[in-house]
Every structure is written in structure tokens, then in C-alpha cells.
Design a protein around this ligand. Structure first.
Ligand SMILES: [Ca+2]
Length: 207
């Protein structure tokens, strides 16, 4: 990818994000499909319901199913607490909301030195986080096409990319393009309609 293309993409992403911060929620309308009345932990259908990945668990049983589902779509993680899974010795960490936990809107809570991406608007969990320099493939952790809000709590720029191989995997990443870029210590409560649930790769620059 050429540098000019990256810069053009970054500028386009910034503009798009700036004008769509107050856009309607896309995610909320699709996050509760199915399973709303199913709290029986003995059923297996819930664990197979992808929408469970994108919302707060209603019970401990659902939380356990979320963790199981996360590990199924992205094997290799280690559960480090009730609601947290760590990959690559802490390189990538995904955190699910605890059942009953009241999620305060518009609270960006990424730890210092990390950048975080949230499945929901206004920093709604589940949340993924990274701190490593350079390019990352979110699909390694089942996080491609999931990012809706972001918090960059690093001193560096973070770019988010759309993967595009023109339908031919042999092209690799040469046709990937930038969706937006988050400045140091920035928060975006919504990445915008254009970018919502699209990011497949990230890149932390210059660290
Ligand atoms: Ca994508």
C-alpha cells in the first residue's frame, strides 16, 4: 500500500468520523436477536448464537457461554478471570461485561499505554485491547468487524484498516485500506456509520 493512499484514507476516515459521531445506532438494533427469553444454561443453542458475543450477559451462565463462544471463534486464549480472556501472554485481552453490571455510558476506560476497541457504542463492552507496536490482525482474536467505539490511551497514532483482497486471498493485504485513525489519548464514542463494525486490522505507529 502506498503512503499517499494511507494518508488519503486517514483523512477520509477523520472527516467521516467527525460528521457521524451523533449518527443512529446500528449495533443496538442487531445485538439482541435471538436468545432473549432463553436463560436455561443447559441448552447449547445459546452458545451457538453469535449475538451473544455482542451484548452484556444476563446471568453467570450466559457469561460462561460468552467466554466459551469467544474461545470457540478464536482458540488459543486463556481465561484469566470470570469475564476476561487473554491471548498471546496478554498481547490481546478481551473483557466481557459482568452480568448485572450497570454500564455507564460514555466512559472510556482503556488502561494507560493501551488502545481499546469496543463492540458497543459509547464504549460498551465487550472490549478488546492491544498495546503492541505495529500492525495487527484482529481476526486472530475473533475481533474483525466488531469495532464500534474506540479509546486510544497511548501517546501514538492508531490506524484501523478494512481488509480487502478483491475476493482473491492470494492478494493478501495489498488492497487493504484505512478506515480511520485515532490520535493519541483520543476517544470516539462512535466510529461512524461508514466505519462501524468494519475494522479488521490495526496499527500502532511510531512507538
Ligand atoms: Ca471488515
Amino acid at each position: 500500500m502506498s503512503k499517499s493512499r494511507i494518508i488519503a484514507g486517514l483523512l477520509a476516515g477523520c472527516v467521516a468520523g467527525a460528521v457521524t459521531l451523533t449518527g443512529p445506532s446500528v449495533h443496538a438494533t442487531t445485538s439482541s436477536t435471538g436468545g432473549a427469553d432463553h436463560t436455561d444454561s443447559s441448552t447449547t443453542s445459546m452458545a451457538d448464537d453469535p449475538s451473544l458475543l455482542h451484548r452484556q450477559a444476563r446471568s453467570d451462565a450466559e457469561l460462561r457461554q460468552q467466554v466459551a463462544l469467544q474461545l470457540r471463534i478464536a482458540p488459543g486464549g486463556v481465561q484469566t478471570s470470570r469475564n476476561e480472556i487473554s491471548y498471546g501472554n496478554g498481547t490481546f485481552v478481551v473483557t466481557y461485561a459482568l452480568p448485572g453490571q450497570v454500564t455507564a455510558a460514555a466512559v472510556a476506560d482503556c488502561p494507560s499505554g493501551w488502545y481499546c476497541f469496543y463492540d458497543g457504542k459509547s464504549f460498551g463492552y465487550p472490549r478488546g485491547k492491544l498495546s503492541s507496536c505495529g500492525w495487527q490482525d484482529l481476526a486472530n482474536w475473533g475481533w474483525n468487524d466488531r469495532t464500534t467505539s474506540v479509546h486510544n490511551n497511548t501517546r501514538w497514532q492508531v490506524a484501523y484498516y478494512e481488509h480487502d483482497d478483491l475476493g482473491n486471498p492470494a492478494y493478501g493485504h495489498q488492497y487493504d485500506y484505512s478506515l480511520w485513525s485515532s490520535g493519541p489519548y483520543s476517544t470516539w464514542s462512535y466510529v461512524g456509520d461508514r466505519n462501524n463494525n468494519r475494522a479488521d486490522h490495526t496499527e500502532l505507529f511510531s512507538c
